[in-house]
Design a protein around this ligand. Structure first.
Ligand SMILES: NC(=O)c1ccc[n+]([C@@H]2O[C@H](COP(=O)([O-])OP(=O)(O)OC[C@H]3O[C@@H](n4cnc5c(N)ncnc54)[C@H](O)[C@@H]3O)[C@@H](O)[C@H]2O)c1
Length: 292
């Protein structure tokens, strides 16, 4: 099967990135959302990324214009999915919303359409039966798409195995490095490791072993990294981190989730809101003397 038309559900942070990379790679793309404001924000995100890619000589101005012309934004479900070869779903990380969306699109998508979800922490088996075509359903999970280019392919028990090589090829065509998660695992590969890492940092903080900047410095200096665990959490979004952490039953995760909630309640969501553990756009960990 040849993929030509890509449908993205959800025009938020990740949906807009996957949509843009699909268009840059030459696919025709439709982007669906229930909120027209999301389209305006998506277009802004896309032009910022294209500006950066042009500056780095990765795309030309003409490529950028052609890519944007390949993207069609719509609030209409039928128009979104017409002739789509593949759907990548990036709606809110909420089980019920995702189940509703998959029921809706399972009923109206063409028979040929492959269904994929970009969920960060949930499992495809939570949605497979809602799609009406569990054999054509698989997790296809992107990271940041442009800077972090790993794409996780994670089938559930009922996924048709012939889908895997197709998704690997599709991932490569989007300039990603595909990795196969052989069995369902919350957080795939990288996020599993990342959660253990930021969880350990959270435990050091909530147990008052060290403060935020010293924890980050330890990591940054020893591993020559541009940011530490709290800088990473700010870039992921403290709301996203809280959604994941609050579902972990152990005491340390619960204590860290409670701390994250105090930031969220104060409107501090990390980089996207201008403040989290650090203040943006110039967080102190980027200061020249932070590591002195
Ligand atoms: N943010 C990340 O770093 C990241 C990375 C990989 C995967 N993800 C996953 O991608 C998904 C989206 O995350 P995000 O950060 O882009 O969230 P976001 O909040 O930026 O965007 C979500 C979008 O979904 C839309 N939406 C809500 N209900 C909808 C519905 N019924 N139909 C269509 N659209 C609907 C919202 O209007 C919003 O535009 C989540 O499952 C998340 O776990 C996020």
């Amino acid at each position: 099967m040849e993929i030509q038309k890509v449908c993205i559900l959800g025009a938020g942070n990740l949906g807009s990135r996957v949509a843009l990379q699909s268009a840059i790679s030459g696919y025709q793309v439709t982007v669906y959302d229930i909120d027209p404001n999301a389209f305006e924000n998506a277009k802004k995100t896309m032009s910022k990324i294209l500006y950066q890619l042009e500056k780095e000589g990765i795309v030309t101005k003409e490529d950028s214009t052609d890519s944007m012309n390949r993207i069609h934004f719509t609030l209409d479900v039928q128009e979104a999915v017409n002739e789509a070869d593949i759907i990548n779903e990036s709606v809110l990380e909420d089980v019920e919303i995702k189940q509703k969306v998959w029921t809706q699109f399972g009923e109206i998508a063409p028979e040929k359409t492959i269904f994929t979800t970009n969920t960060s922490y949930l499992l495809p088996s939570m949605f497979a039966s809602f799609t009406g075509r569990p054999e054509k359903f698989c997790a296809l999970h992107f990271h940041d798409v442009f800077y972090s280019r790993v794409v996780d392919i994670m089938p559930h028990l009922g996924t048709d195995p012939t889908l895997i090589p197709l998704l690997e090829e599709f991932g490569k065509s989007l300039n990603q490095v595909p990795v196969l998660v052989k069995k369902e695992n919350h957080g795939y590969i990288f996020n599993s490791m990342l959660m253990a890492f930021v969880g350990a940092a959270g435990k050091l903080l909530t147990n008052d072993v060290a403060n935020i900047s010293d924890i980050d410095k330890s990591w940054m200096v020893n591993f020559h990294m541009p940011m530490g665990p709290f800088g990473i959490l700010d870039s992921v979004g403290l709301d996203t981190a809280w959604h994941v952490t609050r579902n972990m039953p152990d005491k340390s995760s619960q204590a860290f989730a409670a701390l994250l909630k105090t930031y969220i309640d104060a409107g501090k969501l990390g980089e996207k809101s201008g403040e989290g553990f650090y203040s943006y756009p110039k967080p102190s960990y980027r200061d020249a003397d932070f590591l002195r």
